[in-house]
Design a protein around this ligand. Sequence first.
Ligand SMILES: [Zn+2]
Length: 607
Amino acid sequence: MIDYCYRGVPSILSVVEDIKVRVDIVDLVSEYVALEKSGANFRSKCPFHNERTPSFFVFPSRQTWRCFGACATGGDIFSFLMKHQNFDFPQVLTFLSKKVGIEMPSKKNKQNNEDIFKINEESIRFYSKVLMSDRGKATRNYLLNRGISTDTMADFCLGFSLSDGMSLKTYLESLGFKEEQMILGGMVTQSNDGPLKDLFRGRVMVPIFDPDGRAVGFGGRVLDDFVKPKYMNTRRGLVFDKGKILFGFHLAKDHIKEKGAVIVEGYMDAIVAHQAGFRNVVASMGTALTVHQVSLLNGITTDVILALDPDEAGQEATLRSLESSWRILQRNTVNQMPTSTTYRRSSAPNIRVASLPYGKDPDKIILENPNAWEDILSNSVPVLDFLFTALSSKLDLSTSHGKAAVAAPLLRLVSSIPEPFEQDRQFRRVSELLEVSEDTLKASMEGYKRPAERRMNFHRKEMVIEATFDRLERDPLEEYCLVLLIQNPKLDQFASNLRSEHFERMENREAYGIWVNNSNGATLNGETNDHFAYLMTKVLPIMNMKEKEQALGDSLLRLEERRLRRIKEEEALRLDSMTYDQIIEHENEILKVNGEIKTLFRARSNS
Ligand SMILES: [Zn+2]
């Protein structure tokens, strides 16, 4: 019935990310090295080589370290510990996860997850059988009355949970599942020392799938609107977290790639939309979109329409979630996606808001008249315009105070745009909307800063939040390069200059290490390294050997360019805190990096 695919996302990644958010590099390095403050940064004599003047720097804003002296190397918390304590990567992970109290993914957890997927899969089978049986007749009629066809019921694996409170448990027991497993999966519940009962009783059952199409949980809706709660979901647990899933995404993914995404609130809305042929619709299952939900779209599309209930449109939660969605999708524009041998820059994000008519949910609109739904979508407005209208309806725009109050959140959004041209374009739009000149706007808003200036002044907390968004994404360029190398042993000879420092993401650095040592990925405590396995099996466009060489050459140049840029950026941070004499003293090092960058650009323009 369902194509289950157990190709898991590397679980080790989430541990790496958790650790990075919780461990501050200054705190960590201070435990081993006596750091002194130097402007916004910290420095000391390098712990890795002998020197008289300090050239070892720690940059809190970037959470990195670098030795500008003889070592000429740098990295993050992980590489610091590996170098300083002579740890290998698994040792660093164990050490740091103990330090911050994070549980390492173990075989046991993985097994538990697999068990829950199986329980959910069997529960779907059971619930849908009940729905199609005599006992499901009333529910079938209820769904048909709501306009959901029998085919759609099957497409979305809808079902019905009997109200006796024990049918599912009995069924799962007959298949050999134990009570602990059912409790872990959240399908049974216990009240006041009574017997275990099915969690869902007398509800329409809507299975919820993750992006890979694995069943992670359920939504249950009552047939009678007077019964409370009207909606109930699987509790958050090992595999289910409502805030990390977009309902229908596994079915909509390919359509979203083509047409962009439309986000509605309820799963019934998404189901009816798909039935009517609007297959790029997903549901947030809550009023405000979460960071994780938006991140699912990142790399797939930059065109997003949010269908909002007019009651919610002006509310704080909606505004906040629009703001964060905008920021996350912005990040996509600077991400480069590999397409065969070339890299394209994706277009600027286009987030629009469609206002629904009062008191009408999308499913009703679509069932009444699909054209009306299309009209609503085509009348959607850009998010800046929407925010402007929503904010200005509450404030008096004839006063400068009112204008400033509306401008502040809009400019906050604009200042988060990494592309200077797009930023200017949106800035002009704000000045048009507010009917003030760009100069006045710039002068009146001290918060408006170019991305480069902004980065320097980042508060640590914002930094961590931003960095978290960054880390939710993969790094396509690093992965592309590794996939080429890992899958094509003949390319080894062209990568002699590649070093672990070329990889910024820890999982890629680790994969690079495995590749260099020619091992088979069996490093992490004897378990296969998931990420390495993922890279080994990732499918690339078909290329002949010559094209592969070219693609590898391109990506190596880009990685080197990034490496040098990182050095330059850290160097700029260091220069900020240096005296003129010190700068003269270090002139040679600085010129050396500049020379390397020039050589690189010459190589690129020749290739
Ligand atoms: Zn050094």
